[in-house]
Design a protein around this ligand. Sequence first.
Ligand code: AMP
Ligand code: ZN
Length: 453
Amino acid sequence: MKLFNTLSRRKEDFVPVKPDEIGIYVCGPTTYNLIHAGNARPYVVFDVLWRFMEYLGYNVKYVQNFTDIDDKIIQKARDENISFLDISNRYIDEFFVDADALNIRRAHFYPRVTAEISGIIDLVQLLVDKNFAYEKNGTVYFISKLADNYGKLSKKNISELEAGARVEANPDKINPSDFVLWKAAKPGEPSWDSPWGPGRPGWHIECSVMARKFLGCVVDIHAGGEDLMFPHHENEIAQSEAEMDGPFVNYWLHNGMLLVDNQKMAKSEGNFFLVRDVAAKYNYPLLRFFLLSVHYRSPLNFSEELLKAAAAGFERIRNCRRALAEHGAGAGEAGFIKAFKAALADDLNTANAISTIFDLVKAANIALREGAEAAVLQGFLAELDLMCDLLGLVISSESGVDSSEIENLISERNSAKAAKNWALADEIRNRLHTLGVVIEDTREGTKWHLTNT
Ligand code: AMP
Ligand code: ZN
């Protein structure tokens, strides 16, 4: 498998640190709002990476964090006059409603900043002890220029950064490019005790601590949107390599931005479309299909026109599957899977992979029209299902789902939850997903709908 590594700006053969298990760390959301379609892009794309890596035989350990303390969360809590944890918990729950419906598999670990404070304090202390960091007025700063080759990921030059940063000079910083590891609390802010007084972690330190804790070092793959390359990922590298005197991550992967009128879709710009609003108008599987319709490193324009075009294509795949399914399921091959796998093995080129799905659909439609024998049609179906499964596309949701069966599964899941049998509850949820059913746990009980409705 080849992956484009942002560190080298080249496609490289993927070589795992350990042959039997690989680690993938994806930067998660700051939990102060519902996720928008742009936020969904990395989670969908790197979910496909996970599925494909697993298909290739790797045992994948997948970690995604939640930034559950931050200025915007604190502000929102003030606005609503509730605690910041109530805000974070609400939007973490809501994240899962969207992520599950997008068929994004649940990570093995979802570390949260507020649960990792002691590890964060330990790392900050270590960096102070190693003279990579200093404290001033209760805030601890990292000295970027002491890092090995600072700027190597984002290809920024430290002296230019120093000059650029001078404008917003902070008198407490020794060098303009120094960045915050630990932030002194302002009056009334949530805080934790530390050797430097009450405060909270800076933004970047959490991922250094969590990646190391859950995946060990060296981490195989660390991923996120390209907007995180600088300063977030650059600073993670600086901190972690200072800690370990060696490499932190082997492969850095960055997805391109989802754009609206050529501008990055962003909460702060107000030009965003929430995942669930898009899903209400179209549906969740279609949004997933749309996000995979171009290569993950390319920018992608979000527009009604492109969504409609994607919807038409997706419908063609579903129609073909429905027609094939009438001829029974079976094993077999149709000769398209090789090109499909080659596309994904080439830096996860989902656009080319989807092209091979359309090639299959075209051939299958001819075979259907010409009355090919069942074994042939079953080969098409088996291959199409495998392809869709690797992309996490739910295309079988209209195949006569029986609502009493769904209700039964939901009540079984509720019993499993009551008995704290989370593994079974998750398994049932997954089973419901493959049926194209989205469930939502509300105060009035569990509600469900089909992904295509
Ligand atoms: P945030 O909650 O802002 O930290 O974002 C969560 C994830 O969404 C990060 O991996 C970001 O890089 C990613 N992201 C944010 N906006 C976009 C966008 N417009 N297109 C693609 N990815 C985005
Ligand atoms: Zn991160």
